[in-house]
Design a protein. Structure first.
Ligand SMILES: [Zn+2]
Length: 148
């Protein structure tokens, strides 16, 4: 007969196993989405999206205000890809910005990153999101207390 303690230990082992499996599957899904995005990134559809956003933004980076064009623009995932891989191909999660700003943001959660920006950058970012994705999207991004 298994003791009560053994039963608990067995349950803990099982929970740990399930958790490891869950993390592994999430990593796989995340990697798959990243690859899908990278393939899409070199398509004409991605190019059109970049041009569309650049035109709206007047060909400047919405964060640092430096000149931006079709060749030096990167597509940022507002909700970071590593944290919200299901939004990897969600164009309402995309914002063009310069390589430097995108790199600086890396996988910082949106609200945390926005909170670290200078006031003029924050204003510019909010304006850009509203201009491209609408007021509701901006509110969704700012208002959400946790990342999806
Ligand atoms: Zn920039």
């Amino acid at each position: 007969m298994t003791s009560f303690l053994e039963k608990i230990e067995s349950n803990i082992r099982e929970m740990r196993r399930v958790r490891i499996e869950f993390c592994r599957k999430r990593r796989q899904a995340s990697e798959y989405q990243r690859q899908e995005f990278n393939v899409w990134r070199s398509s004409s559809e991605a190019y059109d999206l970049i041009v569309f956003q650049l035109e709206k933004l007047g060909y400047i980076c919405p964060i640092c205000q430096q000149d931006l064009n079709e060749t030096n623009a990167t597509i940022d995932h507002l909700f970071p890809l590593s944290r919200a891989y299901h939004k990897a191909m969600d164009t309402s999660n995309f914002l063009v910005m310069c390589h430097r700003c995108n790199k600086k943001k890396y996988n910082t959660p949106f609200q945390q990153w926005r909170g670290q920006l200078a006031r003029y950058q924050k204003n510019s970012l909010d304006y850009a999101i509203q201009l491209i994705h609408g007021k509701t999207k901006l509110q969704e991004l700012i208002g959400s207390s946790s990342e999806p």
